[in-house]
Design a binder for this molecule. Structure first.
Ligand code: SAH
Length: 382
């Protein structure tokens, strides 16, 4: 994701990583590759992929996320989780609630959530914690964070591996990691953007074949020449798996990410290394590559799979309606001046419109029989 305060800086480093060599060989053999295939290799190549090997988060990593900014974020999600878990327990009193996190990073969000849940011991004993993570280095960190706080949990490679049952699913900055394709409007057709090689064998974005992708949602206005439209090839299957789970047993998924409420034209592909924006084609496997989440498309897919959709709502509104100001006041009470200052800055980063407050959005997807979780209401349905 974008480090919110990073400024755009192009690097002068070469492109040579072990993965760059492999990708060049692939392009030599088979021609330019669609952007999503290139990004998939950069992020998830089993040996060299960024999300297989790197420690992406924190000051020593490449970017910072909301739970890493302040405990305020995780504690508010924790209070939300308690309310939702109690409602699910009322609906299915004999079943434990599976608390699932997709892409738990350093385990900070889950740790903060579980600390809040422990304030209700009768509930905490009925929560099973399931972490969906493929990155071994991050698994180690998640293990150490959660074990040092005495929590039990299990790891899974994918959502479908989590045992079935009532569930609460958290995904903060997970959907933005899904590889995207880009279509470019040229003449009177959409062409697939591909990654090829220039004369000096450096990676280069090129316009490929006429796109055979089914475009389910288009912005209202007609595209101008060279307009870009993004699609996320893995999204339909992920939403379908999520929906299979939420239709089989009651549950709620909370998806937090940066993105748009409408389908819009534009190139949102971005790459971060060492807290700086860099060229997405540079140093494959060592660079975090993400894109804005299209919440309109996410909502459309969820509804097509019979889920209820609430939101998206700006992160600022979500946190404020769930008590950000009150929680801030409580933590400030009795804290020293330096801590008070840090807390105020953190609350600003999470909720100010110019920081994460507006561009980050929150959407809840629920089982067909489950109503809106707070702070959503029936009016929050798009
Ligand atoms: N949610 C965390 C981390 C966000 S970074 C936070 O807010 O701090 C993205 C996370 O998703 C990382 O843990 C990364 O390893 C994981 N991830 C990305 N793609 C994944 C995939 N396809 N399957 C499982 N985990 C994935």
């Amino acid at each position: 994701m974008a480090a919110p305060d990073a400024s755009r800086v192009e690097t002068t480093e070469g492109d040579d990583t072990p993965l760059a060599e492999q990708l060049r060989a692939r392009i030599h053999a088979s021609g330019p590759m669609p952007l999503a295939a290139f990004v998939l290799a950069c992020l998830h190549d089993p040996v060299h992929g960024y999300y297989r090997n790197h420690q992406p988060l924190g000051m020593a990593g490449d970017f910072i996320t909301a739970p890493e900014i302040s405990q305020l974020f995780g504690e508010i999600i924790g209070a939300w989780t308690v309310v939702v878990a109690e409602a699910l327990r009322n609906a299915e009193p004999n079943d434990a609630v599976r608390l699932i996190e997709l892409g738990p990073g350093r385990g900070t969000l889950m740790s903060d959530v579980l600390r809040v849940a422990q304030s209700r011991p009768e509930l905490a004993g009925k929560l099973g914690v399931h972490l969906v993570e493929q990155n071994e280095r991050l698994r180690e960190q998640q293990r150490s964070t959660l074990e040092s706080n005495g929590h039990q949990f299990s790891f899974h490679d994918a959502l479908e591996d989590v045992p079935c049952g009532p569930s609460i699913l958290l995904a903060n900055e997970f959907f933005d990691c899904l590889p995207i394709d880009q279509l470019v409007w040229q003449g009177d057709s959409w062409r697939l953007r591909c990654v090829g090689l220039d004369d000096s064998h450096q990676f280069q974005l090129q316009c490929g074949e006429q796109a055979s992708i089914e475009l389910t949602q288009l912005p209202e206005q007609a595209p101008e020449q060279s307009a870009t439209l993004e699609t996320c090839p893995e999204l339909p299957e992920l939403v379908s798996k999520l929906a299979t789970r939420l239709r089989a047993s009651p549950g709620v998924a909370l998806i937090i990410d940066y993105g748009t409420s409408e389908t819009t034209y534009g190139d949102t592909l971005q790459a971060i290394r060492n807290h700086q924006h860099v060229d997405p084609l540079s140093r494959p496997g060592e660079t975090d590559i993400t894109a804005h989440v299209n919440f309109a498309e996410l909502a459309r897919l969820a509804r097509r799979n019979d889920l209820n959709v609430y939101g998206p709502m700006p992160q600022a509104q979500f946190l404020t309606e769930l008590g950000l100001v009150q929680r801030l006041a409580k933590l400030m009470n009795g804290a020293d001046a330096a801590t008070r200052n840090q807390l105020e800055l953190a609350a600003g980063r999470l909720a100010a419109p110019g920081a994460m407050g507006n561009v980050f959005k929150v959407m809840a997807l629920t089982s067909p029989q489950i109503g809106p979780p707070p702070p959503f209401t029936l009016e929050s349905q798009p």
